[in-house]
Design a protein around this ligand. Structure first.
Ligand code: F0G
Length: 360
């Protein structure tokens, strides 16, 4: 019994990104080594989807397998740990859903409170369920994510609360770890990397992570980064804020990104670009990823694949290259979008074996 206990204690202590990337993250002697076993997500080889996209080699970094089902856990574990270290009793964030779920989980794990501000009516069911059950104070705001973020910034200053949105540098630092993992898995950085862009934090973190990987000899080159937005919420593509952002990909329904310059530099300096894709193209990719590879991601995540396919078709990128798409969140976050257009037939008779035969 004690032996089992010792092994599980060690497994817990030596898990998660704070432990695995301790030499690369801003930790101090007093930083609590929180972990819900985040990071270490699979890079899945996706040959059938590659053919659909039109590239020779495609990998999917499936961030939906993080503990709360999105990439946010990488940055959140560090942001919450640093907040605890600084004596915070509560963390605060605005969110389209995933940041809220992650903040609520890590705050619960650390034994502090979380307050999450969500745009009313536009948060996927799974994300709302997570925030509620992890015990966050859930506040809905009569406005978009952009309004909720402005309120969160204001409240964090006024009441000296630890803001854990991606304007918090710890969030970006923690999220750099995904770039290291990709380099380690492939033996180098991929020539092309596509990811969905909303508030601009993650593209900034990947670019920083790949540049550090190059410095540390984990990679010999840098990827071109393709940042993909939904047509109805594409401020980086237009080069200006969008007043009324709208898209089926609610995670990236953002018109006024908080991280602007560094996100633009990530696309420009890497020799990449921003690209907008329609909601139809996002949903087509969403179904294709699941049907061709058996991976269920949320709609925002599928924007990466839709954007890469559109870029290949437009001749905007050299198609003869190895590509990585980041699938930022799990499809289980948003079951309503998956079943929205499906008709399930009436129940069949329990003895109707011939019905099954007619399906084949
Ligand atoms: N994909 C998913 C699933 C997301 O939840 C987000 C952002 C992004 C991509 C875009 O990343 O904002 O760093 O450019 N979600 C935030 C949230 C806004 O509140 O959960 P970004």
């Amino acid at each position: 019994m004690t032996e089992v206990h010792a092994v599980t204690t060690r497994m817990q202590r030596e898990s998660g990104i704070l432990y695995h990337f301790r030499d690369h993250l801003p930790l101090t002697d007093r930083t609590p080594m929180l972990s819900l076993h985040e990071g270490g997500t699979p890079l899945v080889h996706a040959p059938r989807l590659a053919a659909w996209v039109g590239v020779p080699e495609l990998y999917l970094k499936y961030e939906g397998l993080n503990p709360t089902g999105s990439f946010k856990d990488r940055g959140m574990v560090l942001a919450v740990a640093r907040a605890v270290e600084d004596g915070a009793r509560a963390v605060l964030c605005a969110s389209t859903g995933n940041t809220a779920a992650s903040a609520a989980a890590y705050a619960a794990h650390a034994g502090i409170r979380s307050i999450v501000l969500l745009p009313a009516g536009r948060v996927a069911a799974g994300k709302l369920a997570q925030a509620v059950i992890y015990g966050a104070d859930v506040v809905t705001v009569d406005g978009s994510f952009d309004h909720a973020l402005a309120l969160a910034l204001n409240a964090s200053r006024k009441f000296d609360l630890a803001l854990v949105n991606s304007v918090n540098p710890a969030r970006i630092e923690g999220q750099t770890t995904a770039a290291y993992e990709i380099c380690d898995a492939l033996g180098d950085a991929p020539p092309v990397l596509a990811l969905p862009v909303g508030n601009g934090g993650n593209i900034t973190a990947y670019w920083l992570g790949f540049r550090r990987a190059l410095e540390h000899g984990r990679a010999t080159r840098l990827p071109r980064i393709l940042g993909v937005q939904a047509e109805g919420a594409a401020p980086f593509v237009h080069g200006a804020p969008v007043e009324h952002p709208d898209t089926v990909a609610t995670a990236i329904r953002i018109g006024r990104p908080a991280t602007w310059e560094p996100a633009i530099r990530a696309a420009q300096d890497s020799g990449g670009a921003f690209r907008a894709v329609s909601d139809e193209a996002i949903l087509e990719a969403y179904r294709a990823i699941a049907a061709h590879e058996g991976i269920f991601c949320e709609p925002a995540s599928a924007a990466s694949v839709a954007g890469l396919r559109a870029a290949v078709r437009a001749g905007a990128i050299d198609a003869a290259q190895q590509c990585v798409c980041i699938l930022t969140g799990s499809g289980l976050k948003d079951p309503d979008t998956a079943v929205a257009n499906v008709e399930i037939g009436a129940p069949i008779d329990m003895n109707d074996v011939e019905y099954i035969g007619r399906l084949i």
